[in-house]
Ligand binder design. Structure first.
Ligand code: HEM
Length: 149
């Protein structure tokens, strides 16, 4: 198993980074759609169009990209030598990754609220939410590249 993971290591890391890019792109775009969706009347043509865009983004990009980020991330963690388990960077990165998964879950709940015309949150709320994945992404990348501790 270790020999296979070591042989695959450069591919696993490349696919992990590709998955992270797709996940972050969708995580930064979906709250933006919610900001504009707040401007539409429930049941209106534009509100129904936003529902289709949000469903496709969530199901066709966000969900597979998060799954791939975790699958390749765990494969990397299991690759001998990829993680220095006695140093703190990996645990802070993992916490940032799990927090991003939490934001992902919340975006799913808020999508269902829009889907059922019961969203009660404001544009301002979703503008603030839009910044959270950016901050967590910066933490994750700095931890794995700089490894400050
Ligand atoms: C939460 C699940 C995750 C796990 C288990 C995980 C695990 C790992 C591991 C073990 C490495 C390899 C380190 C190395 O060999 O150099 C790695 C690389 C990387 N990870 Fe993750 N990761 C996760 C999520 C993320 C997230 C959320 C991001 C960014 C938003 C991210 C960005 C990166 C980048 C950019 C690299 C390449 C670093 C380099 O080439 O030096 N990862 N990840």
């Amino acid at each position: 198993m270790s020999a296979v993971l070591l042989a695959l290591y450069p591919w696993t890391k490349a696919l992990h980074i590709v998955a992270v890019i797709a996940w972050m792109a969708a995580m930064l775009y979906l709250p933006r759609l919610y900001v504009y969706h707040c401007e539409t009347k429930p049941g209106s043509e534009s509100s129904e169009r936003f529902k289709v865009m949000e469903r496709r983004l969530y199901k066709q990009i966000l969900l597979p990209a998060m799954t791939a980020t975790f699958v390749f991330g765990i494969m990397l963690a299991l690759t001998p030598g990829a993680v220095e388990w006695d140093r703190g960077w990996f645990y802070v990165k993992l916490a940032a990754g799990l927090s991003l998964a939490g934001v992902h879950g919340a975006l799913g709940r808020w999508r269902r609220d829009f889907l059922h015309d019961r969203n009660a949150r404001t544009q301002r709320f979703f503008r603030i939410v839009n910044e959270v994945p950016t901050l967590l992404m910066v933490v994750a990348v700095v931890m794995v590249v700089v490894r400050p501790f």
